[in-house]
Design a protein around this ligand. Structure first.
Ligand code: MG
Length: 389
């Protein structure tokens, strides 16, 4: 089997509180009529959908004529691009991730096996999700508590709120020192949620790397009694030693890694003892095999994996295959519960999300396909949809 064409297109629509919802999809066509589709996270500010698409098209000549089943060497060729060391630079690694996912989709379809089987078998058939609750519908503890109860009612036993942009008492847009007013407000919001949901629901808090070191340490301390599942990116991800300082300062568990890529970035996080939980984004961290390597390395540090996820059903199912195939899976994020068209964008065993879980597909390949009609309607800024060569 040979690769005969590679196409990419940008699909989605920015929704409020969606974490992006604009994705770059890559489709790889073979001479045997089988094609595979992979998703790249392109929601992050550092990589627009078209930048990722351009990166995919740039790599196309390296892949044409190659055997799509030779996944690991093809991935490594793209990652290294002729150097001894490899790239972990967005948007290149985002593009490589989607290409690798598409190759797994082809391999599964060609061999008649689901991707979890190709990754070595599964530890679980269904993937537990946590729901991202964003900012709630207001910046008062009552509104946050109400939102939390609404989500738990849908079947989730773990939820997450964002505390970095309440705007209350913020000093200014450039200074990340949290004022006493803002700190008091944030702590009140989290306390309000905890007292509403009780002690048996897992509660995580995301700071999006917006705070400085003293603010992060103060917050981590102040939330200790609320027994958070984790405090996420309390300081920016750029300085791993600073993250390690926050972690060492309190008993609040730290989770980070949504802006770190490949096993090399995660080796640094783990060696510096910067985090209790890692959260690679499987649509941009470097492919399913790379994510499995990351997870297995984390396992040797007794660190669990709770991936960041703002993907469509296709990218999310790809992540589920990988999370089924590792022992140290904790929870997978779900960002789409407020996006009305999220389920419609793809075909597969629907609904994809039920009672706070996602069943891992047993169909060959990833087991989820773009719905052509829905996807065409959501083409981003006039982009062109896939066309079989
Ligand atoms: Mg986050």
């Amino acid at each position: 089997m040979k690769i005969i064409d590679i196409q990419a297109c940008v699909i989605g629509r920015p929704e409020p509180h969606s974490g992006g919802s604009v994705w770059t999809f890559v489709r790889i066509y073979t001479d045997e009529g089988i094609y595979g589709t992979g998703e790249c996270n392109s929601a992050a500010a550092m990589a627009s959908g078209f930048a990722v698409k351009q990166a995919i098209l740039h790599m196309k000549p390296r892949l044409l004529g190659k055997d799509p089943l030779n996944i690991a060497p093809l991935y490594e060729e793209l990652r290294r691009s002729g150097r001894y060391g490899g790239t972990s630079a967005p948007p290149l690694i985002f593009a490589i991730t989607g290409i690798e996912n598409a190759l797994f989709d082809i391999a599964g379809k060609a061999l008649g096996l689901p991707v979890w089987q190709l990754l070595g078998g599964r530890f679980r058939e269904s993937i537990a999700l946590y729901a991202d609750c964003h900012f709630g519908d207001g910046d008062e503890p009552e509104a946050w508590a109400e939102k939390a109860l609404e989500v738990i009612d849908e079947g989730y036993s773990a939820i997450k709120f964002d505390v970095d942009s309440t705007g209350v008492g913020q000093r200014d847009a450039w200074n990340w020192s949290v004022s006493a007013e803002e700190m008091t407000h944030i702590i009140g919001l989290v306390e309000g949620v905890r007292s509403a949901i009780g002690p048996e629901i897992d509660l995580a808090i995301d700071c999006h790397g917006k705070f400085d070191l003293p603010s992060a340490i103060t917050l981590a301390h102040a939330l200790e009694a609320l027994r958070l599942l984790w405090l996420e990116e309390p300081v920016p991800e750029e300085n791993v030693a600073a993250m390690a300082q926050v972690r060492a300062s309190s008993s609040t568990a730290i989770c980070t890694g949504e802006n770190q890529y490949t096993r090399f970035d995660f080796l640094d996080l783990l060696q510096q003892k910067a985090t209790d939980i890692i959260m690679p984004d499987l649509a941009k961290a470097g492919g399913l095999l790379e994510a499995k390597r990351i997870a297995e390395m984390a396992e040797t540090f007794y660190v669990p994996v709770a991936p960041h996820n703002v993907s469509s059903p296709l990218g999310m199912m790809a992540a589920c295959h990988c999370m089924a195939a590792i022992p140290n899976f904790l929870l997978l994020e779900f960002h789409g519960r407020e996006i009305s068209w999220w389920e419609e964008l793809c075909d597969g065993d629907k609904p994809f999300v039920r009672q706070g879980t996602m069943q891992v597909s047993d169909s060959p390949g990833i087991g989820v396909e773009l719905n052509d009609d829905a996807a065409r309607k959501l083409l981003w800024r006039g982009d062109r949809y896939f066309e079989a060569p």
